[in-house]
Design a protein around this ligand. Structure first.
Ligand code: BGC
Ligand code: CA
Length: 300
């Protein structure tokens, strides 16, 4: 059946780097961050209101916590925070030997373990001190395990439907990679390339796996989201957005059939900003004919 894909500007977020969208089913709200704007936002499609919390430092991601509230990656700290009191408590620190690093994308695995990565100092957007980042997991007992080092920009991640594959993006490698994943131990092995970015697609950034096991990858500087079949490495679909710095994706809406796409405005020059008045807002893609999967919450 042919579906007619439609893109609308859903949230007038006006973010410097809109990122990390997460759909909270119980609340029917979209949580996302503005990394450089140092804010966590929560938007309700019903009221079209945005509630915001200031984080005081760059915030790479925010996800719900099973025991209530959220966990976020602020600077180099994994913090727990309570929306109503706005109280933040540090749960763990990473990269203590690299004060210029910061946390970037993070996501919770099917058993409730949090994976989060770091990156070195960014001179300009996407121009970073190379190989300074790492990929960590924060386990339910709050111990931290290092999985990868020498990462440039640790970015999108998600798991296959059977949980045995971890998909991962180090943006400057210009590839989407896969690892074998042992969800009991959290061990990663057997890294391989699933997809190599083509000319014009920009840098791979945030990513989500849909209910059919396919990948949706936001293309930073590519103004699009691409849909990859990880079994074949074939790009199945391209969705164009009216902004170049598309940063991340998640499924949401009443039946998880809408794809939300965040974007950035930081790094656009004056003429680019004029051409992309919607840069920094969050978009909604309708009519894709696929659904997302429910979100995992951090169990620590
Ligand atoms: C990072 C940005 C970076 C961009 C492009 C984002 O996830 O947070 O700082 O410029 O990816 O790789
Ligand atoms: Ca990102």
């Amino acid at each position: 059946m042919m579906s007619s894909v439609r893109v609308e500007c859903a949230v007038k977020a006006g973010a410097l780097i809109g990122e990390g969208p997460v759909w909270e089913e119980s609340e029917q709200t979209l949580l996302f961050v503005d990394i450089a704007g140092r804010k966590i936002h929560r938007w309700s499609p019903t009221t079209n209101q945005i509630q915001s919390v200031e984080t005081g430092d760059n915030v790479g991601f925010a996800v719900p916590r099973r025991s209530g509230g959220y966990v976020a990656g602020v600077g180099r700290s994994i913090v727990a925070f309570d929306w109503s009191t706005q109280m933040m408590t540090s749960l763990a620190e990473v990269d203590e030997d690299k004060p210029n690093n910061r946390l970037n994308d993070g996501k919770v695995d099917p058993i409730g373990r949090l994976l989060a990565g770091t990156m070195g100092k960014e001179v300009r957007p996407a121009e970073v001190q190379r190989r300074q980042g790492s990929l960590f997991s924060v386990n339910p007992d709050l111990t931290v395990t290092t999985h990868l080092t020498q990462v440039d920009i640790s970015n999108g991640m998600d798991w296959s439907l059977d949980q045995r594959t971890f998909f991962y993006i180090d943006s400057l490698s210009l590839t989407v990679d896969a690892f074998d994943y042992d969800s009991t131990s959290g061990h990663l092995g057997n890294r391989r390339v699933v997809y190599r970015m083509e000319e014009g697609e920009g840098l791979p950034d945030g990513m989500v796996v849909d209910g059919d096991g396919r990948l949706w990858v936001a293309c930073y500087n590519g103004g699009r989201v691409i849909n990859i079949d990880p079994a074949t490495g074939v790009r199945m679909q391209t969705v164009s957005l009216p902004v170049m710095k598309t940063t991340s994706v998640c499924f949401g809406g009443p039946d998880l059939s809408h794809l939300y796409v965040t974007s950035a405005s930081l790094g656009l020059d004056q003429s680019e900003s004029r051409q992309q008045p919607l840069a920094g807002h969050t978009f909604r893609v309708l009519g894709l004919g696929v659904k997302g999967r429910p979100l995992n919450s951090f169990s620590g």
